[in-house]
Design a protein around this ligand. Structure first.
Ligand code: BDR
Ligand code: CA
Length: 314
């Protein structure tokens, strides 16, 4: 099969970096056209630097990294230092990468690339707030034609929220952007906390990664060991989730996941349910399905895939 033409939109972020490394280690299946960055876990400049660091660690400096929106569509940025640390990358040394950013904004890149692409040819992996894609769609709605599919890490239904009792971080950070993307009619798949909280680290799984003994695996283990602590304590989990890497795993091995087409709405009204995903799993609202909602994941299958791919890196 021809590789998937892919743009990764991201706010690195510990789990974003694991996702980027998994993607960069999979060139036979994924043709990464660009990495576009957005304010989310950390400010835009830190997210863009961390994406460039991940690119350097993945040995893929030919992939352009663009910086996009410094803030959500309508609100001030909400950062997640409590989970990802002040630099957005806990457990490892953070420094200025060798190679700089690509020129021009991520939003312009999305408009130009999707606007000139073959119909339904490009997949987008959305690993943070969906601001960049929303801005591109608002400025040039016709670009929807170039998109094959949008795969989002976001939302929570069977699992509670992780930034409020009901909201997941990426949707809470910019629900208006999620609404724009959803309203565009693009084909959507959501990997919510329902699935990502099943894909947890364990001592054995970290040992499996550590045994690869290359720089990439050492970095991933160092990042994960530092990053998972907050979630394990807060949610009393036996291990930590690696949310964003599930999006890449889904693109590589969809058979590791189970879900179904449902109707989804995002709440963007101010109040206690701000940012909540209303996932109509049982079809109570009798609305046409607009997303594939992933509810189950094979955790060991995920870690076997991650190990096999990281083993290919330096
Ligand atoms: C999502 O929020 C961020 O903190 C993570 O990188 C992930 O994209 C999980 O809710
Ligand atoms: Ca993220």
């Amino acid at each position: 099969m021809a590789p998937i033409d892919l743009i990764i939109d991201t706010d690195p972020g510990a789990d974003d970096v694991v996702a980027l490394l998994l993607a960069m280690a999979s060139p036979n299946e994924l043709n990464i056209r660009a990495i576009t960055t957005v304010a989310g876990n950390v400010s835009l400049d830190k997210a863009a630097r961390n994406a460039r660091l991940a690119r350097e660690w993945g040995g893929r400096e030919e992939i352009p990294v663009y910086a996009g929106a410094p803030a959500p569509l309508q609100r001030s940025p909400v950062y997640a230092q409590d989970i990802h640390g002040d630099e957005g990358l806990p457990g490892v040394e953070v420094y200025e990468p060798r190679k700089g950013l690509a020129e021009g904004s991520a939003v312009r890149y999305l408009i130009d690339t999707l606007g000139s692409a073959e119909p339904h040819s490009i997949t987008l992996a959305m690993l943070g707030p969906q601001t960049n894609l929303a801005l591109a769609l608002l400025q040039a709605p016709e670009i929807v034609r170039g998109i094959k599919e949008v795969v989002v890490m976001g939302g929570a239904h069977f699992n509670g929220g992780n930034i409020t009792p009901v909201a997941e971080f990426n949707l809470f950070a910019d629900p208006h952007a999620a609404e724009v993307v959803m309203g565009s009619g693009v084909r959507l798949t959501y990997l919510p906390l329902d699935a990502t909280h099943q894909v947890l680290t364990s001592e054995a799984r970290l040992a499996q990664l550590r045994a690869l003994n290359n720089s990439a695996s050492q970095r991933v283990v160092a990042i994960l060991e530092a990053y998972i602590k907050a979630d394990m304590t807060r949610y009393d989990l036996p291990g930590g989730p690696v949310h964003d890497a599930c999006v890449i795993a889904w693109l590589l091995r969809p058979q590791l996941f189970e879900g179904r087409r449902i109707y989804l709405q995002v709440d963007s009204r101010e109040g206690p349910t701000f940012g909540q995903s209303i996932a109509d799993w049982h079809g109570a609202l009798q609305q046409p399905a607009n997303v594939t909602w992933i509810a189950r994941a094979d955790a060991q299958g995920f870690f076997d895939l991650l190990s096999a791919r990281l083993a290919r890196l330096m």
